[in-house]
Structures are given as structure tokens and as C-alpha cells.
Ligand binder design. Structure first.
Ligand code: CA
Length: 233
């Protein structure tokens, strides 16, 4: 995806001229194809024109609230959006995630962190639009496209938070997802109370049950959780 033949296009919407230019240089050096915009209007125009693989969006734009840009993009596509948030904008950050932003990087940020977030966003997008957004393990089937879960072919009813938790584990099937990453994915902040996570994992584990005598939701103490990868039933 980021090989020389077909670099991923990153739309950068940031009004700060020096930051905008620095991002373009950084992204190009890292093998991406940056397209830059300085206003919300320009950002939306380039979005339609270039159909970028991912969007890096500043929330404080001169012509329009960045939140409006998220809503507008989400109205027509699932392209991942990583928000550049100011240090004191916690409430706005949560709102951005609620509107459908996929992740955020807090200013000032390090280059490596930014690139890691972009790669993660692109990876998720590829997994989400894979030809079979269907994850199977044991007698569990998770349709990430339709948000349908079945256990032994019977529909399994989950709360929205339980679903989000399971979806994050499912796209990482067989791999442990850290507590931090789960808190960020489900509650929008890695500083959310880890106690919530434990409670929801407990509920989810009970609903998912086991397969062949082993639990499907596995705890890696002190690290995180994973959805066990076992041959489908
Ligand atoms: Ca700004």
C-alpha cells in the first residue's frame, strides 16, 4: 500500500502554514503521497478530487469547524480520519470520535507517533473493506460489515460497547490488543478507566463462552486481551 508503485494518498487539512509544509515533507519522506489543504472548503474539494486513503485533519480551521468536515466526509465515505487535536481540547476530541473520526494525535506530536497512527488507520481501513469482513473462530462468526454476531449459528445480542470491543479484538484475531489500545478504540481515550474495560470484557467473555473447552476471549494479564484463533466449527 505504501510501496513506491502505489503510495497511499494522505490528505492533510491544516491551516498552520509551517506545520502543513512540515507534514507534507515528513509524509513524502515516509513514502506517502501528501495532498495539502489550508481550509475546510479546500480540504473537502481535495477529498472529492483525490479520494485519499486517509485524512489528517486539524479541528481549528479558519472557515469552518473541523467537526463539520468529519460529518461531511462520513456522510459519503468510510475513509479513515486522524484528528490533530490541541492539548486542551478534550471535549472536542471526544466529539470528533463520536462523529466518526478514527483516531487522534495530540499537538505537539512526534513524527514517529504520527506515522504509526497513519499506518494503523490505513491497516484498519484495509481490513474493514476486505472482501470478507467476516471473522470466524470456533463457533463464533463476526460480520464486521453488517455488525452481526452469531454463536453456534444463533444471533448473539451485544451492547454497542461490547460490539466495539469485540470488533477491535476481531480485526486483530489471535493477537493480543493492549488495554490502552482497547480503551482508545472503544472509549476514545487511553486514559479512560480501565475498570470499565474489565467490566465489559467480563460481560463479553460470558456471552462469547468457550469453544472446545477453552474460552474465546483470552486475558493476557498485565498486557491486554485477545480473541482466540481456533479453526472454525
Ligand atoms: Ca488550526
Amino acid at each position: 500500500m505504501t510501496d513506491a508503485a502505489d503510495p497511499a494518498t494522505v490528505l492533510v487539512v491544516e491551516d498552520d502554514a509551517s506545520l502543513n509544509a512540515a507534514l507534507a515533507t515528513t509524509l513524502k519522506a515516509a513514502g506517502f503521497r501528501p495532498v495539502t489543504a489550508r481550509t475546510a472548503a479546500e480540504g473537502l474539494r481535495w477529498f472529492a478530487h483525490y479520494a485519499p486513503d486517509i485524512v489528517l485533519l486539524d479541528l481549528g480551521l479558519p472557515d469552518r469547524d473541523g467537526l463539520g468536515v468529519i460529518a461531511e466526509i462520513r456522510g459519503r465515505s468510510q475513509t479513515p480520519i486522524v484528528v490533530l487535536s490541541a492539548r486542551d481540547a478534550e471535549a472536542m476530541k471526544v466529539e470528533a470520535l463520536d462523529l466518526g473520526a478514527d483516531d487522534y494525535v495530540q499537538k505537539p506530536f512526534g513524527v514517529e507517533e504520527l506515522l504509526a497512527r497513519l499506518r494503523a488507520g490505513l491497516r484498519h481501513a484495509v481490513q474493514a473493506r476486505g472482501s470478507t469482513p467476516l471473522v470466524r473462530t470456533g463457533d463464533l462468526e463476526i460480520d464486521l460489515g453488517l455488525r452481526l454476531i452469531t454463536k453456534a449459528r444463533e444471533p448473539l445480542k451485544l451492547s454497542p460497547k461490547e460490539y466495539d470491543l469485540l470488533a477491535e479484538l476481531a480485526v486483530n484475531l489471535g493477537h493480543t490488543v493492549s488495554h490502552k489500545d482497547l480503551l482508545r478504540a472503544v472509549w476514545g481515550s487511553e486514559r479512560a478507566d480501565i475498570q470499565y474495560l474489565r467490566v465489559y470484557v467480563g460481560q463479553l467473555r460470558q456471552k462469547l463462552g468457550g469453544f472446545d473447552g477453552a474460552p474465546l476471549l483470552v486475558s493476557d494479564p498485565g498486557v491486554g486481551y485477545r480473541l482466540a484463533q481456533t479453526a472454525p466449527a
